[in-house]
Design a protein around this ligand. Structure first.
Ligand code: F3S
Length: 413
């Protein structure tokens, strides 16, 4: 890689050990991927966030970088915490686990992370713009940033993302380059009407399986999907496959037309998606056949304030059944708003618990012994059987709430 004189000085150790270490890592990554240079990035989003996935090695690595003097030089946000940040004891987090999580939190705080633990940093305090180079690691947020915002990032990984935050640069490769952002597969969405809420994550789940890491171009999206709809679509596609960028014609800034999205590429495949394909993938997503459920989990990715309001409205004053536990995961911004609006109080009166800045996948949920999770999330549907060892019922938000009230699975389709 060609390095500037400033970058060579950092590599030489002129700016301290932490920056030297971070530069060494970035140069190694860049050279192994044939990057020609480093480019400035405007923000970083970290995934060294939860003891459940960082383990002791990750905690110690973060502490060592912080002790060496590592400090972020660009705005750096972080994924959800590995435990409830308001009350980890009430969430049955084991003491030993909590101690390690607190060590990890302290290390990234020392480096200057913006302490809102969330996978939806784009809801408020880290919103990238069209064409901006960023370095994010959370797969659902990467997919959202590339697809919805038109920003540019690869799916970065833990520790390397810390190095990018310290240097404020990333090797120029992958989705930072125009030639790697062209559409590869045409997806003809033949539903003929705006999608229903549950169909967005179902479509994402289906596309993740079909595309793998290829770039799909969705033609035929009707209506005006909300940010929450697009968030759930992107998250599911990034989980069931490794989709980092979808061109949704008319929505993705680079995809004003199908021609724009392919930029001269010939589609290597055309996939038609009809209403029955979404119904079929929904059936495949469910691993549970009975009617009993013990846990309803919403907020993967973290729920927005609008989604919390929607749950309140669906409940319409009713309480959830005593046999069901229902949690909503959200970040501290959305929770604060819900408190000011009285929404949190209404949800809690109904029997719902708001879990702060963590989630069902990256916290030690096994302590609760849940057998079946019902969720409106395609991403949770993908990971829960592996990470939480539970069965899954995937459904619309409305069906999740109605089931929680009834105490058993209530499906409209
Ligand atoms: Fe976020 Fe956890 Fe889902 S990090 S995307 S809520 S698995």
């Amino acid at each position: 890689m060609e390095l500037t004189s400033e970058e060579l000085a950092i590599l030489n150790g002129d700016e301290g050990k932490a920056r030297q270490f971070a530069m060494e890592i970035l140069v190694k990554v860049g050279e192994s991927c044939n990057a020609k240079r480093l480019i400035p990035i405007d923000s970083v989003h970290l995934v060294l966030h939860a003891y459940k996935s960082a383990f002791t090695a990750g905690v110690e690595a973060a502490e060592r970088i912080a002790e060496m003097g590592g400090r972020f030089t660009v705005p750096t946000t972080i994924d959800p915490c590995g435990m409830d940040t308001e009350d980890w004891r009430a969430a049955r987090t084991p003491e030993d686990y909590a101690k390690m999580q607190i060590r990890l939190n302290n290390a990234v705080m020392k480096m200057g992370v913006i302490p809102v633990w969330t996978c939806t940093p784009y809801y408020g305090f880290n919103l990238p713009r069209f064409g901006e180079n960023i370095a994010w690691s959370e797969s659902s947020a990467v997919s959202f940033a590339n697809t919805v915002c038109g920003a540019r990032t690869n799916r970065q990984s833990a520790i390397i993302d810390i190095c990018m935050g310290i240097i404020g640069k990333a090797p120029e490769m992958g989705l930072y380059l125009d030639e790697n952002r062209k559409g590869e597969v045409l997806i003809q969405l033949n539903v003929g009407r705006p999608l229903k809420q549950w169909e967005y994550p179902a479509l994402g789940f289906l596309l993740g399986k079909k595309l793998g890491s290829r770039i799909g171009v969705i033609d035929g999206m009707k209506g005006s999907p909300s940010q929450d709809n697009l968030k759930s679509l992107c998250a599911a596609a990034a989980a069931s496959g490794s989709v980092a960028l979808l061109h949704i014609v008319g929505i993705t800034p680079e995809a004003r037309s199908v021609e724009d999205a392919f930029s001269g590429n010939i589609p290597e495949e055309t996939i038609s998606v009809r209403e029955e394909d979404l119904l079929n993938i929904r059936k495949e997503m469910n691993t549970h056949e009975g009617e009993e459920i013990d846990f309803v989990a919403l907020g993967c990715p973290h729920y927005s304030i609008n989604e919390m309001i929607r749950v309140r409205d669906i409940l319409n004053g009713r309480k959830i059944h005593e046999s069901v536990t229902m949690w909503i995961f959200a970040n501290s911004y959305a929770i604060k708003l819900s408190e000011e609006m009285g929404i949190r109080e209404e949800l809690e009166k109904a029997g719902i618990i708001i879990r702060a800045e963590t989630c069902m996948i990256i916290s030690p949920l096994s302590e609760w012994g849940f057998k079946t999770i019902m969720t409106d999330s395609g991403k949770c549907t993908h990971y829960a059987p592996m990470e939480c060892k539970t069965d899954i019922v995937f459904a619309s938000t409305e069906e999740c709430v109605e089931s929680a009230v009834a105490g058993h699975v209530v499906m409209e389709v």
